[in-house]
Design a protein around this ligand. Structure first.
Ligand code: ATP
Length: 289
Protein backbone atom coordinates (compact mmCIF):
# COMPACT_ATOMS: atom_id res chain seq x y z
CA UNK A 1 0.00 0.00 0.00
CA UNK A 2 2.72 2.48 1.14
CA UNK A 3 6.27 1.62 0.20
CA UNK A 4 9.32 3.81 0.86
CA UNK A 5 12.72 2.49 -0.17
CA UNK A 6 15.84 4.32 1.01
CA UNK A 7 13.93 7.60 0.60
CA UNK A 8 15.58 10.94 1.49
CA UNK A 9 14.31 14.45 0.92
CA UNK A 10 16.05 17.83 1.17
CA UNK A 11 14.07 21.09 0.93
CA UNK A 12 15.44 23.76 -1.43
CA UNK A 13 16.51 25.92 1.54
CA UNK A 14 17.51 22.99 3.75
CA UNK A 15 21.13 22.49 4.76
CA UNK A 16 20.45 18.83 5.64
CA UNK A 17 17.81 16.29 4.59
CA UNK A 18 14.43 16.52 6.38
CA UNK A 19 13.98 12.78 5.74
CA UNK A 20 16.90 10.35 5.55
CA UNK A 21 17.00 6.84 4.13
CA UNK A 22 13.43 5.97 5.10
CA UNK A 23 12.44 2.34 4.52
CA UNK A 24 8.78 1.90 5.29
CA UNK A 25 6.18 -0.59 4.14
CA UNK A 26 2.63 -0.12 5.43
CA UNK A 27 0.38 -2.96 4.26
CA UNK A 28 -3.33 -2.57 3.48
CA UNK A 29 -5.44 -2.12 6.61
CA UNK A 30 -2.57 -1.33 8.95
CA UNK A 31 -2.94 1.49 11.46
CA UNK A 32 0.46 3.11 11.86
CA UNK A 33 1.40 6.06 14.09
CA UNK A 34 4.42 8.30 13.56
CA UNK A 35 5.89 10.22 16.49
CA UNK A 36 9.01 12.33 17.00
CA UNK A 37 10.39 15.58 18.39
CA UNK A 38 9.77 18.98 16.77
CA UNK A 39 11.54 19.11 13.44
CA UNK A 40 11.98 15.30 13.30
CA UNK A 41 10.34 15.18 9.86
CA UNK A 42 6.74 14.15 10.68
CA UNK A 43 4.98 16.81 8.60
CA UNK A 44 7.42 16.21 5.76
CA UNK A 45 6.62 12.49 5.77
CA UNK A 46 2.86 13.24 5.90
CA UNK A 47 3.42 15.66 3.00
CA UNK A 48 5.28 13.11 0.88
CA UNK A 49 2.61 10.43 1.40
CA UNK A 50 -0.16 12.89 0.49
CA UNK A 51 1.71 14.30 -2.51
CA UNK A 52 2.19 17.83 -1.10
CA UNK A 53 5.98 17.42 -0.71
CA UNK A 54 7.91 18.03 -2.90
CA UNK A 55 5.25 19.02 -5.49
CA UNK A 56 4.12 22.16 -3.65
CA UNK A 57 7.22 22.86 -1.55
CA UNK A 58 10.07 21.97 -3.87
CA UNK A 59 12.89 19.73 -2.75
CA UNK A 60 15.22 17.05 -4.06
CA UNK A 61 14.66 13.39 -3.28
CA UNK A 62 16.62 10.15 -3.45
CA UNK A 63 15.26 6.61 -3.33
CA UNK A 64 11.59 5.86 -4.01
CA UNK A 65 8.24 6.48 -2.32
CA UNK A 66 5.07 4.79 -3.58
CA UNK A 67 1.40 4.63 -2.65
CA UNK A 68 -0.66 1.95 -4.41
CA UNK A 69 2.33 1.42 -6.70
CA UNK A 70 2.42 5.05 -7.89
CA UNK A 71 5.69 6.92 -7.52
CA UNK A 72 4.79 9.90 -5.33
CA UNK A 73 7.54 12.18 -6.61
CA UNK A 74 6.15 11.80 -10.13
CA UNK A 75 2.44 11.99 -9.33
CA UNK A 76 0.80 15.41 -8.87
CA UNK A 77 -1.41 15.68 -5.72
CA UNK A 78 -4.53 16.14 -7.89
CA UNK A 79 -4.02 12.60 -9.24
CA UNK A 80 -3.87 11.14 -5.73
CA UNK A 81 -7.40 12.21 -4.77
CA UNK A 82 -8.84 8.69 -4.86
CA UNK A 83 -5.77 7.20 -3.28
CA UNK A 84 -4.80 9.40 -0.33
CA UNK A 85 -7.04 11.39 2.01
CA UNK A 86 -5.30 14.07 4.08
CA UNK A 87 -6.58 15.54 7.36
CA UNK A 88 -4.55 18.38 8.84
CA UNK A 89 -4.23 20.04 12.24
CA UNK A 90 -6.68 22.90 11.86
CA UNK A 91 -10.24 21.69 11.16
CA UNK A 92 -11.50 25.22 10.36
CA UNK A 93 -8.99 25.73 7.54
CA UNK A 94 -10.17 22.52 5.85
CA UNK A 95 -13.75 23.72 5.28
CA UNK A 96 -14.51 24.60 1.67
CA UNK A 97 -16.32 27.80 2.71
CA UNK A 98 -18.65 27.14 -0.22
CA UNK A 99 -21.31 24.94 1.39
CA UNK A 100 -24.18 25.71 3.78
CA UNK A 101 -24.62 22.41 5.58
CA UNK A 102 -22.48 19.56 6.82
CA UNK A 103 -24.21 17.19 4.35
CA UNK A 104 -23.39 19.51 1.41
CA UNK A 105 -19.83 19.95 2.62
CA UNK A 106 -19.37 16.16 2.61
CA UNK A 107 -20.71 16.02 -0.97
CA UNK A 108 -18.42 18.84 -2.19
CA UNK A 109 -15.43 16.72 -3.26
CA UNK A 110 -17.68 14.13 -4.92
CA UNK A 111 -19.46 16.86 -6.92
CA UNK A 112 -16.09 18.09 -8.13
CA UNK A 113 -15.25 14.56 -9.25
CA UNK A 114 -18.55 14.30 -11.11
CA UNK A 115 -19.85 11.35 -9.04
CA UNK A 116 -23.54 10.62 -9.86
CA UNK A 117 -26.24 11.87 -7.47
CA UNK A 118 -27.47 8.48 -6.21
CA UNK A 119 -23.92 7.29 -5.49
CA UNK A 120 -23.10 10.65 -3.86
CA UNK A 121 -26.09 10.40 -1.50
CA UNK A 122 -25.21 6.80 -0.65
CA UNK A 123 -21.62 7.65 0.22
CA UNK A 124 -22.46 10.80 2.21
CA UNK A 125 -25.15 9.03 4.27
CA UNK A 126 -22.79 6.13 4.96
CA UNK A 127 -19.96 8.39 6.15
CA UNK A 128 -22.36 10.41 8.33
CA UNK A 129 -23.62 7.19 9.93
CA UNK A 130 -20.10 5.81 10.45
CA UNK A 131 -18.84 9.00 12.08
CA UNK A 132 -22.08 9.63 13.98
CA UNK A 133 -22.66 12.91 12.17
CA UNK A 134 -26.21 12.24 10.91
CA UNK A 135 -27.90 14.34 13.61
CA UNK A 136 -25.75 17.32 12.56
CA UNK A 137 -26.38 16.93 8.81
CA UNK A 138 -28.27 20.19 8.30
CA UNK A 139 -26.12 22.40 10.52
CA UNK A 140 -23.71 24.90 9.04
CA UNK A 141 -20.10 23.66 9.28
CA UNK A 142 -19.39 26.91 11.09
CA UNK A 143 -21.85 26.05 13.89
CA UNK A 144 -19.93 22.90 14.79
CA UNK A 145 -17.46 22.50 17.64
CA UNK A 146 -13.77 22.03 16.82
CA UNK A 147 -14.05 18.26 17.37
CA UNK A 148 -17.12 18.05 15.12
CA UNK A 149 -15.38 20.14 12.43
CA UNK A 150 -12.43 17.76 12.54
CA UNK A 151 -14.85 14.82 12.19
CA UNK A 152 -16.25 16.61 9.15
CA UNK A 153 -12.72 16.95 7.73
CA UNK A 154 -12.18 13.22 8.31
CA UNK A 155 -15.55 12.52 6.68
CA UNK A 156 -14.73 14.76 3.68
CA UNK A 157 -11.57 12.72 3.11
CA UNK A 158 -13.25 9.37 3.78
CA UNK A 159 -16.15 9.98 1.40
CA UNK A 160 -13.66 9.93 -1.48
CA UNK A 161 -12.87 6.30 -0.49
CA UNK A 162 -9.11 6.76 -0.40
CA UNK A 163 -6.86 3.72 -0.09
CA UNK A 164 -4.85 5.52 2.61
CA UNK A 165 -5.81 8.15 5.18
CA UNK A 166 -3.07 10.46 6.47
CA UNK A 167 -3.90 12.41 9.62
CA UNK A 168 -1.35 15.06 10.59
CA UNK A 169 -1.85 15.84 14.30
CA UNK A 170 -5.64 15.91 13.94
CA UNK A 171 -6.21 16.60 17.65
CA UNK A 172 -3.50 19.19 18.29
CA UNK A 173 -5.97 22.09 18.25
CA UNK A 174 -8.78 20.32 20.07
CA UNK A 175 -9.80 20.15 23.72
CA UNK A 176 -10.21 16.86 25.61
CA UNK A 177 -13.81 16.39 24.40
CA UNK A 178 -12.89 17.06 20.74
CA UNK A 179 -9.90 14.74 21.05
CA UNK A 180 -12.13 11.97 22.38
CA UNK A 181 -14.53 12.42 19.46
CA UNK A 182 -11.69 12.17 16.91
CA UNK A 183 -10.12 9.12 18.55
CA UNK A 184 -13.53 7.39 18.55
CA UNK A 185 -13.69 8.08 14.80
CA UNK A 186 -10.20 6.62 14.38
CA UNK A 187 -11.45 3.43 16.06
CA UNK A 188 -14.20 3.33 13.42
CA UNK A 189 -11.64 3.66 10.60
CA UNK A 190 -9.61 0.89 12.18
CA UNK A 191 -12.65 -1.38 12.45
CA UNK A 192 -13.37 -0.75 8.74
CA UNK A 193 -9.85 -1.81 7.76
CA UNK A 194 -8.83 1.59 6.32
CA UNK A 195 -5.03 1.99 6.01
CA UNK A 196 -4.16 4.88 8.32
CA UNK A 197 -0.96 6.80 9.00
CA UNK A 198 -1.48 8.97 12.05
CA UNK A 199 0.96 11.69 13.10
CA UNK A 200 0.09 12.37 16.70
CA UNK A 201 1.53 13.39 20.03
CA UNK A 202 -1.30 12.21 22.34
CA UNK A 203 0.42 8.95 23.04
CA UNK A 204 -1.94 7.67 25.71
CA UNK A 205 -4.83 7.44 23.26
CA UNK A 206 -2.57 6.37 20.44
CA UNK A 207 -1.13 3.35 22.28
CA UNK A 208 -4.57 1.76 22.37
CA UNK A 209 -5.61 2.13 18.78
CA UNK A 210 -2.56 1.58 16.55
CA UNK A 211 -0.85 -1.58 15.28
CA UNK A 212 2.52 0.02 14.92
CA UNK A 213 4.53 3.05 16.04
CA UNK A 214 7.37 4.56 14.04
CA UNK A 215 9.70 7.05 15.75
CA UNK A 216 11.43 9.66 13.60
CA UNK A 217 14.59 11.30 14.91
CA UNK A 218 16.32 13.96 12.80
CA UNK A 219 14.67 12.57 9.68
CA UNK A 220 15.67 8.94 10.29
CA UNK A 221 13.66 5.96 11.53
CA UNK A 222 14.84 5.50 15.12
CA UNK A 223 12.36 2.73 16.03
CA UNK A 224 9.52 0.88 14.36
CA UNK A 225 7.34 -1.82 15.92
CA UNK A 226 4.29 -2.62 18.08
CA UNK A 227 3.31 0.15 20.56
CA UNK A 228 4.05 -2.10 23.56
CA UNK A 229 7.69 -2.37 22.40
CA UNK A 230 8.39 1.07 20.95
CA UNK A 231 6.62 3.12 23.64
CA UNK A 232 8.47 1.33 26.44
CA UNK A 233 11.88 1.68 24.76
CA UNK A 234 14.23 3.33 27.29
CA UNK A 235 15.65 5.50 24.46
CA UNK A 236 12.30 7.20 23.80
CA UNK A 237 13.21 10.38 25.72
CA UNK A 238 16.56 10.56 23.83
CA UNK A 239 14.49 10.78 20.63
CA UNK A 240 12.57 13.72 22.08
CA UNK A 241 9.37 11.75 22.78
CA UNK A 242 7.98 11.96 26.32
CA UNK A 243 7.41 8.44 27.75
CA UNK A 244 3.88 7.55 28.84
CA UNK A 245 3.07 8.25 32.49
CA UNK A 246 2.04 4.62 32.99
CA UNK A 247 5.38 3.36 31.73
CA UNK A 248 7.33 5.84 33.86
CA UNK A 249 5.35 4.92 36.99
CA UNK A 250 5.86 1.19 36.40
CA UNK A 251 9.57 1.67 35.67
CA UNK A 252 9.95 3.45 39.03
CA UNK A 253 7.97 0.66 40.70
CA UNK A 254 10.38 -1.92 39.20
CA UNK A 255 13.24 -0.04 40.84
CA UNK A 256 11.49 -0.34 44.20
CA UNK A 257 10.58 -4.00 43.78
CA UNK A 258 6.87 -3.13 43.41
CA UNK A 259 6.40 -4.26 39.76
CA UNK A 260 6.97 -7.89 38.80
CA UNK A 261 10.17 -7.89 36.77
CA UNK A 262 8.83 -10.29 34.14
CA UNK A 263 5.62 -8.27 33.62
CA UNK A 264 5.93 -6.03 30.52
CA UNK A 265 5.86 -2.28 31.17
CA UNK A 266 2.35 -0.95 30.49
CA UNK A 267 1.33 1.39 27.65
CA UNK A 268 -2.36 1.56 28.56
CA UNK A 269 -4.23 2.51 31.71
CA UNK A 270 -5.75 -0.98 31.90
CA UNK A 271 -2.35 -2.71 31.76
CA UNK A 272 -0.98 -0.32 34.41
CA UNK A 273 -3.98 -0.94 36.68
CA UNK A 274 -3.60 -4.74 36.28
CA UNK A 275 0.13 -4.54 37.07
CA UNK A 276 -0.30 -2.39 40.17
CA UNK A 277 -3.22 -4.54 41.37
CA UNK A 278 -1.03 -7.66 41.03
CA UNK A 279 1.79 -5.92 42.92
CA UNK A 280 -0.60 -4.94 45.72
CA UNK A 281 -1.99 -8.46 45.96
CA UNK A 282 1.44 -10.01 46.13
CA UNK A 283 2.59 -7.45 48.74
CA UNK A 284 -0.47 -8.34 50.87
CA UNK A 285 0.16 -12.08 50.51
CA UNK A 286 3.80 -11.80 51.46
CA UNK A 287 2.96 -9.51 54.37
CA UNK A 288 4.63 -6.52 52.72
CA UNK A 289 1.56 -4.42 53.54
N1 ATP B 1 8.92 24.04 3.53
C1 ATP B 1 10.10 23.86 4.13
N2 ATP B 1 11.23 24.42 3.62
C2 ATP B 1 12.43 24.23 4.21
N3 ATP B 1 12.63 23.49 5.33
C3 ATP B 1 11.54 22.91 5.88
C4 ATP B 1 10.24 23.08 5.31
N4 ATP B 1 9.35 22.39 6.10
C5 ATP B 1 10.09 21.83 7.09
N5 ATP B 1 11.38 22.14 6.96
C6 ATP B 1 12.50 21.67 7.81
O1 ATP B 1 12.54 20.24 7.71
C7 ATP B 1 12.80 19.63 8.97
C8 ATP B 1 11.65 18.71 9.34
O2 ATP B 1 10.48 19.51 9.55
P1 ATP B 1 9.02 18.91 9.77
O3 ATP B 1 8.07 20.07 9.81
O4 ATP B 1 8.77 17.84 8.79
O5 ATP B 1 9.19 18.27 11.22
P2 ATP B 1 8.04 17.90 12.27
O6 ATP B 1 8.51 16.65 12.92
O7 ATP B 1 6.72 17.87 11.60
O8 ATP B 1 8.11 19.09 13.28
P3 ATP B 1 6.90 19.81 14.10
O9 ATP B 1 6.47 18.81 15.13
O10 ATP B 1 7.57 21.00 14.66
O11 ATP B 1 5.83 20.13 13.09
C9 ATP B 1 12.98 20.78 9.97
O12 ATP B 1 14.36 21.03 10.08
C10 ATP B 1 12.27 21.95 9.30
O13 ATP B 1 12.86 23.17 9.66
Amino acid sequence: MIEFRDFSLTYPTGSRPALREIDLVVPRGQFCAVVGAEGAGKTTLAGVISGVVPHMTGGASKGSARVCGRLLTETPPSELVGEVGLVMQNPFSQLSGARFSLREELAFGLENLGVGRAEMIRRVERVMADLRLTALADLSPYELSGGQQQLLAIGSALVMRPAVMVLDEPTSQLDAVGTGVVFDALETLRAQGVTVVLFEHRMERLARCVDRVLVLDEGRTAADGPPADVLTDPRLADWGVAPLRYTTAARRAVGRGLWEEDRPLPVTLEAAADGFAAALKSARTTGGL
